[in-house]
Design a protein around this ligand. Sequence first.
Ligand code: AMP
Ligand code: ZN
Length: 297
Amino acid sequence: MPLQIDLHTHTTCSDGADSPTELVGEALAAGIDVLGLSDHDTLAGWAEAAEAVAGTGMAVIPAIELSCQVLEPGSGVPPRSVHLLGYLPDPQHAGLKEQTAKIRSHRDHRLQLMVEKLRVDFDITWEEVSAHIPQGATAGRPHIAHILIEKGYFPDTSAAFAGPLRADGPYHVPHYAPRLAEGIRILSEAGAVPILAHPYTGGRSGAIDHQLDAAEILGGYRALAEQGLAGLEIHHRENTQEGKEVLGLVAKELNFIVTGSSDFHGSKKPNVLGENTTTEEEFHRILAAATGSEPLR
Ligand code: AMP
Ligand code: ZN
């Protein structure tokens, strides 16, 4: 039986529903052997996960999902939000600490501004939302969704995201994030292995404009590889089928590491632990390339 390797999950340290201890327990129950802990813009869950996983036989891969953005100056197209997974960074790296603190602080302020806009049409206050965000956690729209669901406006997080929380809606406020090239540089300097999360979810999403022709798409990814991008999360429920095929060809051509993961958020999203996995071969490429920290066992 091959190892079950799920490299992308969230906890209450960002917008997941379960604490790191609960996540480790659920992953063990789901038969996961290697679990990537990749909260948005924070490493805060690592210590608790290390305690929870000790002696269980499972390994936790300490990681982060860094918020980044792609700008196409002069195109008239709004900045695109892109997420960059970083495996095994050095938690003491000053640049990474500084950048994540800045993103989290802007996320707090941005969520507050979104609540101010929502208040016009919904019974919701910042006091209610902030009371629901655990101390120090990375604030995100799912925290607003929780209150809207509690008040009966929506049945679940997905419905709230399809409604007032959508990125192109009137209540949305963007938050600061470093340019993707800078995110790749910071993670690389911190000894991490940078891998693009769910790179091809359709439309104009993603680091590369996938409406370009095949040669231009490959050229775009080649430029990211030259900046230090190491891989693509191809096996993820939000990548389109066509996207998986395109990304597969790109990965082969550029020798990218290919991962698969659930992006588990507990009850905040329908994603199930182990629904997509990474092969042992690709996982070992990550281990061989990382210099910032060690798996937690
Ligand atoms: P934000 O970080 O505030 O931009 O909110 C986006 C995040 O919400 C995503 O990265 C996901 O982690 C999370 N999320 C949870 N449920 C959904 C959903 N149904 N649609 C989009 N994002 C979701
Ligand atoms: Zn994620």
